[in-house]
Design a protein around this ligand. Structure first.
Ligand code: PMP
Length: 305
């Protein structure tokens, strides 16, 4: 990742990609106290457009607020940083990684409060869980790692350190030959994937876990809106793993994962064992929206001119 051409927005300046480095005593590197986002821009008829940029920036600031990190830039500056990295890198579509982290001002658990840095990087990135998975559905395994308890790490913050849990779960699942992990909460109910929210379809109704221990996904929110427009009933409730086993369809949502069908959980086929009709339609509508082919959703797009 470090060895490529281009520019990264780093503390207000565009820095050559290979020079966007930090010291080994960087506080966040040691303790994981930082916040980040995952954002995408798609190629649209009006040029590259960033999907729900303001919502991502708002969540970045909310995450920082939850963790007590004072961001030294305004939301407007962070939004503008996204636009500049698309332009300066000549990207048509991309994934963005904004992140705020503590510097090397001092080590020890108490962070250097006035030493907060922000980056926004962007690079081309295809289907997170593979093109084949988008079409045929992926194989998922219930993780032996439990999702965070609400009073251990803050589940509503997209915090760097929270992702140790995601990495453990994803690594375990992929080493065992699955595509992704499904994590249960401390009470044994379905929470989310390692980097995705989850939905199931049963008898024509859509279900998704409440947000107690899952991230408030922006793609999840987009799918909630799509479901409304499709006239689908959506029920937010606690879901058990056996409800997923016996669902007609299931899918993950996320900025990186977009809308990825799940064809199997713990070696149990879900529905017909392939992308189901409701998932197909939600996925179709999602891509039409992000690619600027849906006039009534244009307010979610920030064009990069
Ligand atoms: N849950 C987790 C743990 C995630 O990392 C993500 C990705 N940000 C999501 C859910 C989905 O969130 P979004 O749709 O906003 O990308």
């Amino acid at each position: 990742m470090a060895d490529r051409d281009g520019f990264i927005w780093y503390d207000g300046k565009l820095v050559d990609w290979r020079s966007a480095t930090t010291h080994v005593l960087t506080h966040t590197l040691h303790y994981g106290m930082g916040v980040f986002e995952g954002v995408r821009a798609y190629e649209t008829p009006k040029g590259p457009a960033i999907f729900r940029l303001q919502d991502h920036t708002d969540r970045l600031f909310r995450s920082a607020h939850i963790l007590g990190i004072n961001l030294p830039f305004s939301k407007e500056e962070i939004n503008a940083a996204h636009l500049s990295v698309v332009k300066e890198n000549g990207l048509k579509s991309c994934y963005f990684r904004p992140m705020a982290f503590y510097g090397s001002g001092k080590l020890g658990v108490a962070p250097p409060a006035n030493d907060v840095h922000v980056i926004v990087a962007a690079w081309p990135w295809g289907a997170y869980l593979g093109e084949e998975g988008m079409e045929k559905g992926i194989r998922v395994k219930t993780s032996s790692f439990t999702r965070h308890h609400v009073n251990i790490t803050m589940c509503k913050a997209k915090a760097n350190g929270n992702y140790m849990n995601s990495i453990l779960a994803n690594t375990e699942a992929t080493r065992d030959g699955y595509d992704e992990a499904l994590l249960l909460d401390v009470d044994g109910f379905v929470a989310e994937g390692s980097g995705e929210n989850v939905f199931i379809v049963r008898k024509g109704k859509l279900y998704t876990p409440d947000l107690t221990s899952a991230l408030e996904g922006i793609t999840r929110d987009t799918v909630v809106q799509i479901a409304k427009e499709m006239g689908l009933e959506l029920i937010e409730k606690r879901i058990t793993r056996d409800e997923v086993y016996s669902a007609d369809e299931a899918f993950f949502t996320g900025t990186a994962a977009e809308v990825t069908p799940i064809r199997e959980l713990d070696n149990r086929q879900i529905g017909e064992g392939r992308r189901g009709p409701i998932t197909t339609e939600i996925q179709r509508r999602y891509f039409a929206i992000v690619k600027g082919e849906s006039a009534e959703h244009e307010h979610w797009l920030t064009c990069v001119k």
